[in-house]
Each structure stands twice: as structure tokens, then as C-alpha cells.
Design a protein around this ligand. Sequence first.
Ligand code: G3P
Ligand code: MG
Length: 234
Amino acid sequence: MITGHRGAAALAPENTLVSIRKAAEAGVSWVEIDTQLCADSIPVVIHDETVNRCTNGKGKIADLNLAELKELDAGSWFHSNFAGERIPTLAEAFNTCLDLDLTLNLELKIHHDEQIEPLVNAVIALIKKMDFPIDKLLFSSFQKRALVLCQQQMPDVRRGFICEVWNGYSLTSIEAIQPYSVHIDHRILTPAIAQNIKDAGYVLKIWTLNKAEKAQHFFNMGVDSIITDAPDKF
Ligand code: G3P
Ligand code: MG
């Protein structure tokens, strides 16, 4: 019922291997991480369009190759205890999830539309190459187009539609991608929206809730799973 967000973003530098390990230590069986392509088309695990916030470097991920990214310190910005932590490749994150028996909510992080197809292709190629177990995987994205491509290329992997806006057209607009789940910003979730999503037969996940005392309120609405930076509090 609990998923660690960006690993466990409140406990360790987000989207690093240590962050994934901290989530597992907190007892969750699911983690969410963000992936995008670096300049040499390798999927890496980082949220922002640039390395500026979460490393000691500067520049866009799409303009930096893996060797350049691997030189950066992705831990010190969070706390000196994590100095030397690196931006993981998605392959490294897959291996960490396998070692820890975690199920992975893999967010395909799109900053520009033209990134959709190359990212999906590279991620799916890696899943096939590593033979990553598809029952341990959920693709998620704000971009329906990314989920359509996932559906075409790897239909047996579950798909989660992430949204921060919900209106009368939202349900019909996602029908075609046959999502397993809807991941909604907890700040916009109302009982009526929750009811709609549950009536449609989808698993309902909320992000990013860090106040454990509010969990019951959302479970009462029908929420199935909470994505949180602080899995230790839940
Ligand atoms: O998957 C839910 C959440 O991760 C979406 O927002 O910006 O944290 O990737 P963001
Ligand atoms: Mg995310």
C-alpha cells in the first residue's frame, strides 16, 4: 500500500541507489523512480531536466553523456553523509530493485515531446536485455503517448497514468491505454473523483503524501496506494 517516492526522497538523495535501499529498509515493497535519457541515449535515474538541483554539476541531462554524469556528486546536496553518491543508470536501479525484491513504479520522465519515443524504446530494450521480470514493473507517465507506446511494445507490463488535473473527460481520455492504475496528485483528489476512478476498475494511487496522519482519510476514499517521500513514517 506504500510506495517510496524517488526511492525515499526524505531519507536520502532522491533517485539514487541509496535512496532505493532506504525505501526497502523502511519496509516498502514498491518504489517509484524517474528515468530519462542522457546524451548517449542511456536511461539514467533523475527527475529534473538538469543536474543543477541534485548534483554538484550544471547542465541538461540530454546534453551530458554518461561518463560526464558519473563524475558528478549526487549526494552532497542532500547531506554530507551521502557525499560521492552517483546518478544511477536505470540498469543499476533495476539490479538494486531485484536484489531487494522491490516492485518498480518506473516513471518515464518526459521534458519535451520528442523525448517520448527514444526513451520508451531504450527502456524497453533494457528490460528485454536484462530480462527484468514484468510482474515487478509498472510503467507510469504524465504523457499518454508514452503509455501508448509501452502498450504497443510491451503490453503485458502494467501502465499507470499520472495526473495533476482531473475533469469530466479524464476517464474517457485514458480508456484506450487500458491503464492498471491512475496516480493522482493527492491535493486534487475528492471523494467523487476517487469514486469515478474506482468505478472504472482502476487501482488508485496518490502522490506525494508525506503526512502519515492523513493516510486513513485517503484510504477511506478508496485510495489503494500512497506514494511518499517518507515511507518510514507509514
Ligand atoms: O509518480 C508520481 C510522481 O512521481 C509524479 O511527480 O514530479 O515527482 O515525478 P514527480
Ligand atoms: Mg516521479
